[in-house]
Design a protein around this ligand. Structure first.
Ligand code: CP
Length: 306
């Protein structure tokens, strides 16, 4: 059951709502590989992407998700829009509302920007990443991928490592995974993972072999230098040798461990190239699943409006 106007985060979604999205995505995934199964079920819907921060995967997969379902899909092109003449987020949204947009997909550096937009427009708003707060559609595609391979969440050991403090992906995954019964360990240098995150019901570990031990899933995260004023460790070489994962470190995990990463990956820093391209990696499959999950989200949000 999914009956919301907006999708703003996983913190507020119920287990039931998350599972509805994942089950719908499973049906949608068939349409990606088989163009004959694509449809025009969203032909009366108009979708716009408003990306105030850069993106490859999220923006492109939302645009393709809309295309595969027959929706009208446009990108505002924020960097060449009247945002540069000082137009506010709310005024931008009100103008798009008047043009008949049904779904606004927004990425913004400010925590809460999608929530402000959602309160002020008639269209459904999807959070495509807001500052260091949440990236719900990334976490949903991660959950979809984990469920596809492991067939369950309860009792799974999921280790998320890297720049946790600045990661909206980590936060959304923590909300989703803990709700669904997985055991989450957050790992990285103490400058990038705070013990205060234990209040979210997770373990916090700074020793990487210990963090990876017995893991069913190891998810790496990029260091987000763009959100930091000071270097959080002495050098990238030291970071990768102390906190990166290579095949030797991966041996501490379960034999059938899944290696995941939301992208973009910085090869040789959070993961070695042998891990990124290795037999445990589902990083490329996550990208395909991202299209399916975003098709499901567009369908569920627009169906609600019918
Ligand atoms: N994972 C993710 O959000 O990638 P993009 O920044 O390319 O959208």
């Amino acid at each position: 059951m999914f009956n919301r106007k907006d999708l703003l985060g996983l913190r507020d979604l119920s287990e039931n709502e998350i599972m509805t999205i994942l089950e719908t995505a499973k049906i949608m995934k068939e349409k990606i590989d088989n163009p004959l199964k694509r449809s025009d079920e969203l032909k009366s819907a108009s979708v716009v992407t408003l990306f105030y921060e850069n993106s490859t995967r999220t923006k492109m997969s939302f645009m393709l998700a809309g295309d595969y379902l027959g929706a009208i899909v446009k990108d505002l092109g924020v960097s060449t829009s009247s945002v540069n003449k000082g137009e506010s987020l709310i005024d931008t949204g009100l103008n798009l509302d008047q043009m008949g947009i049904n779904v606004m997909i927004i990425r913004h550096s400010m925590t809460g920007a999608p929530h402000i937009l959602a309160k002020n427009v008639n269209a459904s708003v999807v959070n495509a990443g807001d500052g260091i707060n949440e990236h719900p559609t990334q976490a949903l595609l991660d959950l979809f991928t984990i469920l596809d391979y492991k067939k369950r969440f309860k009792g799974l050991n999921v280790t998320i490592l890297g720049d946790i403090s600045h990661s909206r992906v980590a936060r959304s995954n923590v909300f989703g995974l803990t709700k669904l019964g997985a055991k989450v360990t957050l790992a990285g240098p103490s400058t990038l993972v705070s013990n205060s995150m234990k209040s979210l019901g997770v373990d916090v570990v700074t020793n990487i072999p210990k963090a990876v031990s017995n893991a069913d899933v190891v998810m790496g995260l990029r260091i987000q230098f763009e959100r930091q004023k000071a270097m959080p460790f002495p050098s990238l070489r030291e970071y990768s040798s102390l906190f990166g994962v290579n095949n030797d470190i991966l041996k501490y995990a379960k034999d059938d461990v899944l290696v995941m990463h939301p992208g973009p990956v910085n090869r040789g820093i959070e993961f070695s190239t042998e891990v990124i391209d290795g037999k445990h990696s589902v990083i490329n499959i996550q990208v395909k699943n991202g299209v399916a999950v975003r098709m499901a989200i567009l369908k569920l949000l627009t169906e609600r409006g019918n």
